[in-house]
Design a protein around this ligand. Sequence first.
Ligand SMILES: *[C@@H]1O[C@H](CO)[C@@H](O)[C@H](O)[C@H]1NC(C)=O
Ligand SMILES: *[C@@H]1O[C@H](CO)[C@@H](O)[C@H](O)[C@H]1NC(C)=O
Ligand SMILES: *[C@@H]1O[C@H](CO)[C@@H](O)[C@H](O)[C@H]1NC(C)=O
Length: 345
Amino acid sequence: MSTSRTSIFFAGATGYIGGSVLYRLLQHPSAKTFDITVLVRSQEKAKKLESFGVKTAIGSLDDHALVEELASKAHVTFNTADSDNVEAIRAILRGAQKRHATVGDLPIYIHTSGTAELADSDALGNKTTDVIWDDTNVEQVESIPDAAFHRNVSLEVIAADKAGYVKSYIILPSTIYGRVKSPLVDAGIQNPQSIQIPYLIKAALGRKQAGMVGKGVALWADVSNDDIADLYIALYDAIAANPDKVGHGIEGYYYGENGEHTWYSISRAIGEALVGLGVSKDPEPTSFTDDELIKYYGSLMFGNFNGTNARCRANRGRSIGWKPKYTTQDMLASIKAEVEAISKQ
Ligand SMILES: *[C@@H]1O[C@H](CO)[C@@H](O)[C@H](O)[C@H]1NC(C)=O
Ligand SMILES: *[C@@H]1O[C@H](CO)[C@@H](O)[C@H](O)[C@H]1NC(C)=O
Ligand SMILES: *[C@@H]1O[C@H](CO)[C@@H](O)[C@H](O)[C@H]1NC(C)=O
């Protein structure tokens, strides 16, 4: 085993995904050889993070000079934070470029997007699609429209890889679920809760009846928080073991998926939990009106997003040894506890 040290810059540690990834790095068999620096906004959380053995830099992704400097000092950058913050991502890439020019290594950038990149726009809950996105099909990955969610940022990340000063890898989680239980949550560092299904739960609580876009027949993929965090580590391990065997750049799209569901099935599970709590009498979801979509999601576009299809297969992650454990059944079973927790908030 190599005894050389690995410098890691980590952004997003307080987040739902990032905290789970960071915790795995702290538990990693090679953890003793990692020098991890975490970007964090709050002094208080910085102190707590340091007690877990990482260095911290106080600031946000909007402190571009700091982000650039931290990226230039790291062989590996994990960014699990905002996948649309293009200026921050440009700062990371400038840092990598500077490092390549001065230190001379080829830095690794692990970026986070989402399978919203794959969503269609005309389903409105009433159509299922036959289109299944396969992350090992490079031609298909190239065909993702420039105007798709997050895609403009992903294209810049891919272009940087092509320019040759960084190796980039993009992880695209689908619907992530499960409340996180971990020491980072107990310490008040990590947000344990997703925003995705909870959004639908909040709308359902607001209207006292589960809701869906149209008939809810469109399909999305799903992945547990545990499994998606494992994907970052499987990717890191594969790169560390043999970088030449691991796709990067345009060959570095990694969907996070271990099953798929209709929107109806999520809403029906929410409805059953609401009946259990005595909030509704009928577990059957009804279609949101346009006014409700605007009320609960801020706009029709965002609301109708919950009626899109985004079907995919995580073939690339599986090919490098990722073994997701939880399935769509686990997701549906997790909803009751989620509804109970949110109804108390
Ligand atoms: C990327 O696209 C989003 C819409 O999907 C837009 O809001 C954002 O301004 C775009 N960013 C850049 C840098 O083009
Ligand atoms: C539903 O749409 C909202 C707004 O676009 C989004 O934030 C949320 O994550 C979506 N829900 C799921 C389960 O993907
Ligand atoms: C979706 O289907 C429902 C139920 O048949 C219908 O009321 C609604 O108008 C449809 N929505 C669209 C956008 O076609």
